[in-house]
Design a protein around this ligand. Structure first.
Ligand code: FJE
Ligand code: FE
Length: 294
């Protein structure tokens, strides 16, 4: 990699309440990081006993849910239902409209359910596409290793050190790499030119472009440059774990009201009307309530 990207900013995500009793550290989609196309939101969520995200709508975006601990059940108004377990991902394309619930799975140990939910904007011509789900199980995710196995990269989407992800899962081109580095490890990770890229740190501390960053931070990189350089100091007491996320910017306006993400104010007003009147993609909401969200 010839020229590594520089850091534009790095900030800690503060935990706040969201949904019904859930907690999130939101590091994309707040005043600290907005208009970062194609990314609309990143929540590092924790769902304890009795908490969750009961019946709610989406239109105009894709949600990528990556379970880190525990499990989450989902159920929508079209009869789709399932569970994602630690290490699995669910790619949901809301398109013209989805109403679903996302609730804790059956807990065997009372531990919380923890994961990441990334919202990615849909290109204009797909805003009203048919909804779809694509699951990616932990066992399907290839692993790249480098620096004498001191670095392990789960290639969820994209490429790392000659390892390709298994298949494209979102319409909007995104790379998601889950990286674990041992103390003393180094990583040079190429990224597609001109894509927006950030890192969200999950555990331990690592230096990005020479800046040491602790857990629960978002590190935003400049678009210029070939990729990112990461190092974990020999003296660190634990492995560092973080996700690298990169996406192709969409050249379109973003008009968002909560889970309705479109290109004009009129389209957002229409989405709210359609949701309230069970029409134009929300017909199946009529008389529907989820079982899991009760
Ligand atoms: N207020 C509001 C409005 C609209 C939503 F879609 C949501 C929502 O469902 C989530 C927002 N962060 C999340 N992290 C994880 C999971 Cl599983 C779900 C969510 C929400 F909370
Ligand atoms: Fe949702």
């Amino acid at each position: 990699m010839s020229v590594a990207r520089t850091i534009v900013k790095a900030f800690k995500a503060i935990e706040k309440a969201e949904g019904a009793g859930a907690r999130v550290r939101r590091s994309v989609g707040t005043h600290q990081l907005q208009h970062f196309s194609p990314f609309l939101m990143l929540d590092h969520f924790t769902i304890g006993e009795g908490a969750g995200f009961p019946d709610h709508p989406h239109r105009g975006q894709e949600t990528i849910t990556y379970l880190l601990e525990g499990s989450v059940d989902h159920e929508d108004f079209a009869g789709n239902a399932g569970t994602i377990h630690a290490g699995d991902l669910q790619f949901m394309t809301a398109g013209r409209g989805i109403i679903h619930a996302e609730m804790p799975g059956k807990s065997v140990d009372g531990k919380p359910n923890v994961g990441l939910q990334l919202w990615v904007d849909l290109p204009k011509h797909l805003k009203f596409c048919e909804p779809r789900y694509r699951d990616l199980r932990a066992s399907e995710i290839p692993v790249a290793k480098t620096d004498g196995d001191k670095v392990e990269i789960k290639v969820i989407s994209g490429n790392s050190h000659g390892v390709d992800s298994v298949r494209d899962l979102a319409y909007t081109p995104v790379w998601i790499l889950d990286v674990t580095m041992k103390p003393g490890a180094k990583l040079a990770q190429p990224l597609p030119k001109g894509w927006n890229a950030f890192v969200y740190t999950l555990k331990g501390s690592a230096s990005f472009a020479g800046k040491r960053v602790e857990a629960f931070h978002n590190v935003v990189f400049a678009q210029e440059g070939d990729g990112i350089d990461v190092a974990v100091d020999e003296a660190e007491k634990e492995d560092a774990r973080f996700v690298i996320v990169a996406g192709q910017p969409l050249d379109q306006p973003v008009v968002q009201y909560g889970p309705f993400v479109l290109n004009t104010n009129e389209q957002v007003y229409q989405a709210m009307l359609d949701f309230q009147s069970n029409s134009n993609g929300f017909e199946r909401a009529k008389g529907w309530k989820s079982v899991i969200g009760k």
